[in-house]
Design a protein around this ligand. Structure first.
Ligand code: PLP
Length: 397
């Protein structure tokens, strides 16, 4: 199977799998115990936290380990909201006292569904940040949405479906000037793209399984001084996230962070994989049936090097995905959690992609280990599948 679904999850590297295996068998003591085996587990855990902190360029103590990106997002958004309710926000001057959260319609469901849930519960009002025609957040519009009711701004660094990159540094600068905390969902960024020397935001979410670490380890970086109320009460993670830490998985995440940092240190390696993605796109456009032809979604936007979302206008994404899988290629339609549904991805629609294109859009996501030979084979499989489905859809029209 050629695996081009790396935005859904990545395969743990051999070193990661080995480290988890060793830690499972040798470091199984409770890292909060005072005896020697407990302290050995604690030591390994803290070394792994340090590797993750180095990847982010932040102090270790500012990282809260969680179970996933989704949990980190819940901790960030709910934690900051609750902290504001404790009185750090100035008293609202308008008669409608609900705090507001500013976010975009492009967020992963972990953010989108959470803020919609909080709104339904009457806890917040959402202010949707306007996007330009290409689906990029407009910094000038952000400034106009902030006021003394704004509890938090949450914007993703890169989109999981199209790879489109948001102007996070600009958005964060505006928030900083207005004294509003800024959370960045960087799950698709961390481990794939270099981070600036100083993180521009106040809270940042990442997830180890997106950079060849195990599932079950996420993290939230919280800038020192940012108020955050824990959402799982317990003594671990310096009272910020209760629950005995999954030491072996965290050790694996540490190895994954170290490997990702080493890979990121060599920009030519990234350029090489980006060139594979570009060749894949060019060949698909050139060789798939031309009436109507395939289209690269968000091609003119700044995008992650590893992601391409390709629309096959006359085809249904689900049928295409199944055929690709039969022929030995794993890809996905929009977010993994929404595959299986025939509705076009709301994120693609929010990016201004017309409905017929959104219906037939497939996401292919590469990784640093994707090879030339895999891309050659993937091109053949996609061209053959699009030709076969194009023929059958023409004959039923
Ligand atoms: N945010 C983005 C942008 C994602 O792509 C994902 C996962 O696909 C998440 C958050 C959730 O991360 P996790 O799968 O670790 O819960």
């Amino acid at each position: 199977m050629i695996y081009l679904d790396n935005n859904a999850t990545t395969q743990p590297t051999p070193a990661v799998a080995q480290a988890i295996h060793v830690a499972t068998t040798t470091l199984w003591a409770n890292p909060s115990s005072v005896h020697r085996p407990g302290q050995e587990a604690r030591h390994a855990l803290e070394l792994a936290r340090k590797e993750l902190a180095t990847l982010l360029g932040v102090p270790s103590r500012e990282i809260v380990l969680t179970s996933s990106g989704t949990e980190s997002i819940n901790l960030a958004i709910r934690g900051v909201l609750e902290s504001n309710r404790g009185g750090t926000l100035p008293a609202p001057t308008d008669p409608h006292p609900l705090p507001t959260i500013v976010t975009t319609r492009l967020e992963h469901t972990a953010v989108r569904d959470l803020v919609l849930h909080l709104e339904r519960q009457g806890q917040v009002e959402i202010r949707w940040l306007p996007l330009d025609a290409r689906g990029i957040a407009d910094p000038a519009a952000l400034d106009a949405l902030l006021d003394d009711r704004t509890a938090l701004v949450s914007v993703q660094w890169a989109n999981n479906e199209t790879g489109v990159i948001q102007p996070v540094e600009r958005l964060a600068e505006i928030c900083r000037a207005r004294g509003v905390p800024f959370h960045c969902d960087a799950v698709q960024w961390v481990g794939k793209m270099p981070l600036p020397e100083a993180l521009p935001c106040d809270l940042l979410t990442f997830s180890a399984h997106k950079f060849h670490g195990p599932k079950g380890v996420g993290g939230l970086w919280v800038r020192r001084g940012v108020g955050l109320v824990p959402q799982t009460i317990g003594t671990q993670e310096t009272d910020r996230r209760g629950g005995t830490e999954s030491v072996a998985a965290i050790v694996g995440a540490g190895v994954a962070a170290r490997e990702a940092a080493a890979w990121l240190a060599d920009p030519t390696a990234r350029a090489k994989t980006a060139a594979l993605r570009d060749r894949f796109e060019t060949e698909i456009i050139r060789r798939t049936p031309t009436t109507p032809g395939a289209v690269i979604n968000s091609r003119d936007c700044p995008r992650l090097w590893n992601t391409t979302s390709i629309a096959f206008p006359a085809l249904e994404a689900e049928a295409m995905l199944m055929l690709l899988s039969e022929r030995g290629l794993a890809a996905s339609a929009g977010a993994a959690c929404s595959s299986g549904s025939l509705d076009p991805s709301p994120v693609l629609l929010a990016m201004g992609i017309p409905e017929p294109l959104a219906h037939g859009s497939i996401r292919f996501s590469l990784t640093r280990n994707t090879t030339d030979a895999e891309i050659n084979d993937a091109i053949e499989i996609v061209v053959a599948a699009a030709t076969q489905l194009g023929r059958s859809s023409a004959s039923t029209r």
